[in-house]
Design a protein around this ligand. Sequence first.
Ligand code: NAP
Length: 409
Amino acid sequence: MTATAPTIEVLRQHLIDPEICIRCNTCEETCPVDAVTHDSRNYVVDAAKCNFCNDCISPCPTGAIDNWRQVDRAAPYTLAEQLSWDSLPVQQALAAGTSAEMPTDVARITAVATAGQGGDVIPPWSAAQPCVNLYTVDRPAIATVSGNRRLTADGATSDIRHLVLDFGGAAFPVLEGQTIGILPPGVDAGGKPHRLRLYSVASPRDGERPRYNNLSLTVKRVTADHDGAPVAGVASNYLCDLNKGDEVRVVGPYGTTFLMPNHPGSSLLMVCTGTGSAPMRAMTERRRRRVALREGGTLMLFFGARSPGELPYFGPLQKLPGEFIDVNFAFSRVPGERRQYVQDRIRARGDDVARLLGDDNCYIYICGLKGMEKGVDEAFRDACRNHGKDWDALLPALRAQGRYHVETY
Ligand code: NAP
């Protein structure tokens, strides 16, 4: 029988970032249960009093109030500890037996996926500190399926699903852009346990449903291999067929660079195809939930799919206001219409793309089919050339500044 990590009761502890806080007292005045207090040094939140009403979040002028750490409910950070901080502590591993070492499978898959960004890059300077490797193949977390809904239209050829996993009492903190590993049950043709498969998290850091310990994935049922020959993908079919209440073995989380910037005013230029939309959904939803804070910055999305019916999150994306996000769809197989790829749409929007590429506050994310890398690269080069910029000089600078992130399979 597979060993599982011992679970603890997890508390999402509300904390204030002492580095950003301007000590304006707004949070203390707003809190209806007197959970916020201060001394001459720091403003702090009493874990025993905070009822997660979030009344203090939007009035905070800096966002210092919107910080959270998953902790053992039996041992949250005390007021004395918080009052002594100069900066927030990094998220601690909560599960026993955690390791800083990335499993070989994950390292191999990640190396292939990020080859298009030129190997190792750094995360955005303001990205939150990610947790990695909290759960291993020997000690996976056990999640329970709390939702499994088809995203593609009834007549669509692909079955793409939005899967919600609930971690109950197990701490599984993730950031937008991170991936998790799924361990399908059973053994392969050689009699060995199936290898783990990686999926990008599609929900923001506070969960698919805020204040629930859950996350979501975007999973396409694989029915053919790269050459079109029929094949049933082991993990994708397992996940797509799961029912509410089923248990899933999960490892990770993984990923320390494909992360979003946290600073107000930062912009996101996102390019994806198909289920490569998962991290873009997570980042967009993070920003949508903070829209009342008026942090500024532009969101621009290029999203490629065969047709509207094959496109994950098509309905919700269409409902987002243009002033919040600039969405550009590219459909390649709509009968009677010219084939459009994301790179065609990037060229058509060359003015805005060139402006964002040249903006030090804009971070670029590309996720989906490996085949699109070349086309996107050429479209960026064209946009730059038409606006007096040199893409070949700009790209290394983007990588060095943690502004260019690629995950393609
Ligand atoms: P898909 O439906 O096969 O294709 C999506 C769109 O991309 C189609 O319009 C397709 O056009 C177009 N396309 C094909 N080749 C292209 C190229 N060279 N340049 C630009 N566009 C091109 O996509 P999918 O099956 O969902 O694949 C998504 C990829 O994302 C997979 O490789 C998956 O592994 C990866 N991914 C998934 C996750 C996740 O969490 N699920 C996360 C990260 C990445 P055509 O009509 O020509 O085919």
